[in-house]
Design a protein around this ligand. Sequence first.
Ligand SMILES: Cc1cc2nc3c(=O)[nH]c(=O)nc-3n(C[C@H](O)[C@H](O)[C@H](O)COP(=O)(O)O)c2cc1C
Length: 282
Amino acid sequence: MKNDFRKVNVFNNFYQTSSFYPMPVVMVTTLNEEGLTNIGSYSLCFPFGIADEHYMMLISRGDSNTSVNIRERKYCALNFIPYRRKLLKNAVRLGYPGEPTRQKLEDSIFTLIPSMREEKEAGVNYPEVISDAIEIFECTWEDDYNKFHFEGSPGESHYLLRINNIFMKSKWYTCLSEGKGFPSMPVDFGYRDSKNFWFAKHSRPFPEPIPSDKGVNIDTIKYAVERLGYDLVWEEAACEKLVKVPRVFLQRVLTGISERAVEKGYKVITPEVMDEFNQKKR
Ligand SMILES: Cc1cc2nc3c(=O)[nH]c(=O)nc-3n(C[C@H](O)[C@H](O)[C@H](O)COP(=O)(O)O)c2cc1C
């Protein structure tokens, strides 16, 4: 079996035609010109800017309802639905190109509820969101050409979406905060033939410990904070709270905390300060 590989031709839509490519299933809600919330099914939707500036990238046909609505009205919500066959069946129905929003809404089994945005501009309508979702990213299109542009095929459009809020069902919020338990979310398998989309349910996640010789330990954190150059004292218990931060992000996280502490006039980073900053992030 060693070296038993075959060259695959790379066709258009290579993620579907030339590979198996696990992807999320995201129901994108946007507002149409009549103020109705449109629901479109999307899988090409990924984290794009992950530190300091938080963005998703959505790839869509340029003439989809979703594309037109994002270009015209900027706002959208990315609704991550749970693995339920009934919902996935409906996602495939709502993924049929060319249908107007009114017709799609008649076909939809998703329950729409008002946007949960806390900061709303007066007189602006925001797309509704899907109450069946596990989590919802409410976003605004960043249309600054200098921030992002890509001239690919004229038929496809790429939307840099600034994450304004993430809302999550309470049950999963608790799991996220406590680091225990995962929702069952569908995987769109990429591969697609002329008859079917293919979805998979993932099995229960298992833990694989980070090797202790490579992971962040408390000494690594203390060493890193000492070298930051801020006039701050870090309590050991505060450092302990950071042992789960992946090594690659540690420097950035420490700098972020230090800058906020300096701004607030704090001299000592205590566990309480960490909790306060964490609270504000949510
Ligand atoms: C599971 C699933 C994932 C899809 N992912 C994408 C995608 O990432 N990009 C895209 O352009 N179309 C995708 N489609 C097709 C769109 O759903 C289809 O173009 C639909 O018309 C979009 O709806 P809208 O016109 O209301 O935006 C997907 C369809 C399904 C069923």
